[in-house]
Design a protein around this ligand. Structure first.
Ligand SMILES: [Cu+2]
Ligand SMILES: [Zn+2]
Length: 182
């Protein structure tokens, strides 16, 4: 009888350990989501959404815009999550925590906010995706955390050269990057 009891205790102990292991595994792979809703600025008709999904230390971004003139438009993360100004100037300059020059993403140097350009079709719509481990959603690393920053859509293309703006022109859309409750 005593033998059986200890066997049951051992078995339930093992089950408990397995359960804890599964829980830990699940929390390690959980996704963290942030979103920016783009509102029109500078009397434009640009709107859109940008969704950031972090999983296993990698952030995947999907930006969808509409109501833009066909052609190439710069898209950046700007330093201040403030879209209150009519011309979007309240979002300040490009997000640049690592104090580098403006440039093209993937070829150093570049700002952490230098997403690049988005191609808009004849229907006024454009989409760009990006994947990077240089960003995070709501971590404590100021060099990586995109929450509380702003997405800006510009009137012109980013030339990847002009300092510190890429000569991208007026700010047609602005949205604050906000972490979503889960
Ligand atoms: Cu910009
Ligand atoms: Zn830049």
């Amino acid at each position: 009888m005593k033998n059986l009891t200890s066997k049951i205790m051992l078995l339930s102990g093992l089950l408990m350990l397995a359960f804890i292991f599964i829980l830990c595994k699940a929390s390690m792979t959980k996704t963290i989501v942030a979103k920016a809703v783009i509102e029109s600025k500078s009397e434009s008709t640009v709107k859109g959404t940008v969704v950031f999904t972090e999983k296993n230390g990698v952030v995947n971004m999907v930006a969808d815009i509409s109501g833009a003139a066909p052609g190439t438009h710069a898209i950046h993360i700007h330093d201040k999550g403030d879209c209150s100004a009519a011309d979007g100037s309240s979002a300040a300059g490009h997000w640049n925590p690592t104090k580098e020059n403006h440039g093209k993403w993937g070829s150093a140097p570049c700002h952490r906010g230098d997403i690049g350009n988005i191609e808009v079709g004849a229907d006024g719509k454009g989409k760009i995706t990006m994947t990077t481990d240089l960003w995070c959603v709501g971590c404590n690393d100021l060099n990586k955390d995109i929450t509380g920053k702003a997405i800006i859509i510009h009137a012109k293309a980013d030339d990847f050269t002009t300092q510190p703006t890429g000569n991208a022109g007026a700010r047609l859309g602005c949205g604050v990057i906000v972490r979503q409750a889960q």
